[in-house]
Design a protein around this ligand. Sequence first.
Ligand code: COS
Length: 382
Amino acid sequence: MALDAETRDHLIETVRRFVAERLRPIEAQVAENDAVPDDILAEMRALGLYGLTIPEEYGGLDLSMEDECLVGIELGRTSPAFRSAFGTNVGIGSQGLVMFGTAEQKQKWLPGIASGELVTSFALTEPEAGSDSASVQTRATRDGDVYVLNGAKRYITNANKAGLFTVMARTNPDVRGGGGVSAFLVPRDLPGLSIGKPEKKMGQQGAHICDVIFDNVRVPVANRLGGEGEGFKVAMQVLDRGRLHISSVCIGVAERLIADCVAYASERKQFGQPIAAFQLIQGMIADSKTEAMAARALTLESARKRDSGQNVTLEAAASKYYASEMVGRVADRAVQIFGGAGYVADYGIERLYRDVRIFRIYEGTSQIQQVVIARETMKRGG
Ligand code: COS
């Protein structure tokens, strides 16, 4: 649901101030400790960030896709690890339930997700099912009024904090591909479910990804999300939304880096003048600005299309593809403009350079976005 303009502006201003005053000052500390402090998580809960996209009747803000993207851009102006703390609740961890859950399922879990008491994770990826996500091997075998889950998921964001997982598992081994897959809501405390250690990663320290292992986990039939065999489509529709969200975060990081570049280039003097006076520096700033503006326009236009009820599989893939590649180029130019200062840790530029690398990989690699864009374009006839 779209907020009225005044409420939306107030929300964006509140998030902007929170990012500037509370998050940016501790970016380096969060990276160093590989953890977001508890008091900051509590403030995020109090601000309603965990429930941005959850329907109002369950305690959330029910943001439209466009408003979610505008908030995502603000959150992008700091280390992406902060957003990740509640990102799964807002996106891939909750949207299957929001879009396909029964009234009982929603009543049971959405209030906790909206308040942030309950952290959620999206468990699709497996060791042998990454880009080829329809080939999941985790099995869900029906046994009376439960499904018995066996298998392993990989690189699952927030798994170490999650109380509830949306798990895609194969219910029909005779059907290859997505048609044999179903989705389940799996509480963390079911016997047989265990979580691996957080992986050591290139960037986004403070955000965690872990394996999730299912060893004869008995999940009630009532926890199935959608019909049997519909799990892959649930996952794909969740990702259509998630990809727009990630695009907005890419745009925020790019805009932050451009502002950092302008500030640094205006102060840093070489050859007797600020380096901002040199046209080769200006060329890099111009390229970054133009591309960030293009990503913003594409993403917000795609979000508005989704809000008007249109299918945005192509638009979400195109936004994610362009925005994630764009922020990679912007971060690379930022290191170049900062020179040696961009390569050492003190200025935080090298940290953001590492942080943004994952945007081209998770929620679908750039190559998968290209496949989706080409297929959809051919389907639409151009
Ligand atoms: N919305 C609704 N339905 C969709 C859909 C979408 N966005 N995308 C695919 N489907 C449907 C198709 O219509 C098809 O339905 P039918 O069998 O009824 O025709 C079914 O799902 C299978 O789709 P498709 O044939 O395109 O599957 P493929 O295995 O060829 O390809 C890709 C699917 C590659 C697009 C998919 O596996 C993908 O997005 N991979 C990347 C996964 C990813 O993002 N991982 C990150 C993990 S989450 S952090």
